[in-house]
Design a binder for this molecule. Structure first.
Ligand SMILES: Cc1cc2nc3c(=O)[nH]c(=O)nc-3n(C[C@H](O)[C@H](O)[C@H](O)COP(=O)(O)OP(=O)(O)OC[C@H]3O[C@@H](n4cnc5c(N)ncnc54)[C@H](O)[C@@H]3O)c2cc1C
Length: 528
């Protein structure tokens, strides 16, 4: 006989305990909702900042902006924090806001399906627990599932292989021949951190990155004291960091040519460290700066000119025994391979585990191209939203601003369900397909003028070549378009008791006509 699953009903289930999941938990509690759980597959909070422990791991956005507005930290030790400080910050958020009672660690969501009769989600975890929830917040993160390419011969490699997000701290790199694959944000942090300890470092670069200086420094005791004693100084600092980044958006989103000036700065940054012209040629991107994520580093180029470093300006093609072979035929025999090859961003793994109203998974529904109303709601997946959903990513500012904006949407969603449902009735809100399409057409139209669509091959693009990752506007604008749930963009479904034959009480789901008659067109005026 199959073991009986433990079952619990909650009003809200949050999946993930990174910035998104913890933020959702704080906002739910502040709204008066305490009947919720946070399901986390790991044994600790932090998400990205718990998993990524590779040497050199740090944030590219200053800490005073890369933190919750409702949980300021006057004591950030550096302008750009390292992983450990951010992880500790998130642990403190979990403690200070009383979130631990809600978190179920080692709870990986394996399957989640919408029950169209009961108007709730049934969630099954790998550990054998079952939950039902009226509303689900998917905060599983865009960069939480590491991607290792299927390189021919990889299974025959006899050395050590790991991804930057799954760093094996028991493996000693000292004196080893190490290959780093990829030149994205994580790799350019790893390379300078491990170069001094390895015997030989071979970096496989498919496409060079534009790299700008990193204005990192220690935050002085006086500044910290001021931020503690005079909160307005902390606030002012955050506002300045935010304002400068908001002003950059128009160049990225509307006037990519203006960014040529920034290319000049990035080129001279490289020139200062790399004297060898041939190496500079290999390191100079052939696309407009900003098309791929701009990276920040002061020690990446200096590490590349060290005698024990070799740059192979060609992607990894295959592995023969312990020899890595690049597409241009260059070979390198190594003891370890570090994959800095990114994450499953446009093919969100959780989407295969979420079954909507018609039994299709979210991945099937999307068939390679994610889309969601206001970056939150997918049609056919009622009472469900994704934090950092499609087209909510930023290239130049803090994702915490986007997360907080989406949490405003979440709070309004939960409140609307309560108001519409009244005391006893259960209600579901399902994004109308026309509203989702209108929203996405609008986003893609704007995207066509942006730097992200100037022809480079980036992780912002999905398998169909569509940019379903980036938000093509300011964070203020995003906050504005997510400040409330517009009922005209949703179909309202109600479950109400009704009298059946013989006087028995049945439940029946009805679709409310009031909302369905309203216009679903996206109003460009919202761009504000
Ligand atoms: C190395 C690195 C550097 C970054 N630097 C920056 C930066 O400089 N600026 C910036 O704005 N952003 C940066 N980011 C992006 C970063 O991911 C976001 O800023 C933010 O941390 C995302 O938070 P999140 O809660 O949405 O996702 P995550 O932090 O990824 O959390 C998702 C959580 O969901 C859990 N989870 C996933 N699937 C399941 C499941 N099936 N069941 C249960 N739990 C599950 C995961 O274990 C994880 O704890 C960086 C990311 C990485 C990887």
């Amino acid at each position: 006989m199959a073991a009986e699953r433990e079952h619990e009903h909650v009003r809200v289930a949050v999946i993930g305990s990174g910035f998104g999941g913890l933020g959702a938990a704080v906002r739910l509690r502040r709204t008066g909702v305490t009947d919720f759980v946070v399901l986390e597959r790991r044994d600790a909070v932090g998400g990205t900042w718990h998993d990524n422990t590779y040497p050199g791991c740090a944030c590219d956005v200053p800490s005073h902006l890369y933190s919750f507005s409702f949980a300021p930290n006057p004591d950030w030790p550096r302008s750009f924090s390292g992983q450990e400080h951010i992880r500790i910050y998130l642990e403190s958020v979990a403690d200070n806001f009383g979130l631990r009672q809600h978190i179920r660690f080692n709870s990986e969501v394996e399957l989640m399906s919408w029950d169209p009769e009961e108007l709730h989600w049934t969630i099954t975890t790998g550990q054998g627990h079952q939950y039902t929830a009226d509303f689900v917040v998917n905060a599983t993160g865009p960069l939480s599932d590491a991607k290792i390419p299927d390189v021919p011969g990889i299974e025959g490699f006899r050395g050590k292989i790991f991804h930057t997000a799954q760093w094996d701290h028991d493996f000693d790199l000292l004196g080893k021949r190490v290959a780093v694959i990829g030149t994205g944000a994580s790799s350019i942090q790893v390379v300078p951190a491990i170069q001094p300890m390895v015997e030989k470092l071979t970096l496989f670069q498919r496409t060079p990155a534009w790299v700008m200086p990193r204005a990192d420094r220690k935050i002085s005791g006086v500044e910290r004291w001021l931020h503690r004693k005079v909160p307005a100084t902390r606030y002012l600092r955050r506002q300045l960091l935010w304002g400068v980044r908001e002003m950059q958006v128009s160049a990225f989103a509307k006037h990519p040519n203006v960014l040529g000036l920034i290319e000049t700065l990035a080129s001279s940054h490289m020139k200062r460290a790399v004297k060898d012209r041939a190496l500079r040629r290999k390191l100079t991107p052939g696309y407009r700066i900003g098309c791929k994520r701009i990276l920040l580093s002061n020690n990446y180029y200096p590490a590349l000119v060290k005698p024990n470093t070799e740059l192979v300006a060609s992607g990894l093609k295959e592995i023969r025994g312990n020899t890595l072979v690049a597409a241009d035929g260059t070979e390198a025999e190594v003891d370890a391979v570090v994959f800095g090859t990114g994450f499953h961003v446009t093919d969100m793994p959780i989407a295969h585990r979420i079954k909507g109203a018609d039994g299709m998974t979210l991945a099937e529904k999307w068939s390679g191209t994610m889309e969601a109303l206001r970056g939150c709601s997918a049609s056919g997946f009622p009472n469900f939203m994704t934090v950092i959903g499609p087209n909510t990513g930023l290239g130049n500012s803090s994702m915490i601003l986007i997360i907080e904006a989406q949490l405003n949407y979440m709070v309004d969603y939960v409140k609307k369900l309560e108001t519409l449902g009244g005391k006893s009735g259960k209600v579901a809100l399902d994004a109308r397909p026309e509203a989702v399409s209108a929203w996405n057409e609008h986003i893609q139209d704007r995207m066509s003028r942006s730097v992200w669509n100037t022809g480079c091959d980036s992780w912002y693009l999905d398998a169909n070549g569509r940019n379903t990752t980036v938000w093509p506007g300011t964070t203020a604008e995003f906050r504005n378009v997510t400040k409330e749930v517009r009922l005209e963009e949703y179909e309202v479904k109600r479950r109400q008791p009704s009298r059946g034959a013989g006087g028995t009480v049945n439940s029946a789901v009805r679709t409310a006509r009031t909302a369905s008659t309203a216009s679903t067109a996206f109003h460009a005026a919202e761009e504000g």
